[in-house]
Write a protein that binds this ligand. Structure first.
Ligand code: ZN
Length: 150
């Protein structure tokens, strides 16, 4: 394992151990549930939107380390972003995770989230990492159906 991989793993383990914004939000005005049947990951994402800006974002759920760390990192990145910027970030992260975009092109746009880019080498884990993103996307669109990675 390279030093960089080790660093990335440390960050993921840290987010898993002490997830950021891990709570139920009582004044959320958007909310969506997501499920990844392949791994059994379950997540609920809460948003408080005002004037097109994500004032607050939080999540709760149960799942593997990757799904939890990804959700934690996502909430840290999304707070204060406009809906449009959040949408753009979702697209960039999705492309990075599925390996659709070249690592360099994608990581330029996603900033700290490039830590998750190593996941695309493990196809079974891609859905774990993208679950929270699909879920927040559903919340932004006001979908009432739970988001699924299938
Ligand atoms: Zn998982």
């Amino acid at each position: 394992m390279s030093e960089l991989d080790e660093l990335y793993q440390e960050v993921i383990l840290d987010h898993n151990k002490s997830p950021r914004n891990y709570r139920i939000m009582n004044d959320a005005n958007r909310k969506a549930e997501g499920y990844n049947p392949l791994c059994g990951d379950h997540v609920t994402v809460y948003l408080h939107l005002k004037d097109g800006i994500i004032q607050d974002v939080s999540f709760q759920g149960s799942g593997c380390a990757i799904s939890k760390a990804s959700a934690s990192m996502m909430t840290a990145e999304l707070k204060g972003k406009t809906e449009a910027a959040a949408q753009e970030l979702f697209e960039s992260v999705h492309k990075m995770l599925t390996g659709e975009a070249s690592a360099n092109a994608a990581t330029e746009k996603v900033g700290k989230l490039k830590i998750l880019s190593g996941v695309c080498k493990f196809p079974a884990r891609v859905k774990c990492a993208s679950l929270a993103w699909h879920t927040v996307n559903a919340a932004l669109h006001g979908d009432s159906q739970p988001a699924s990675t299938e």
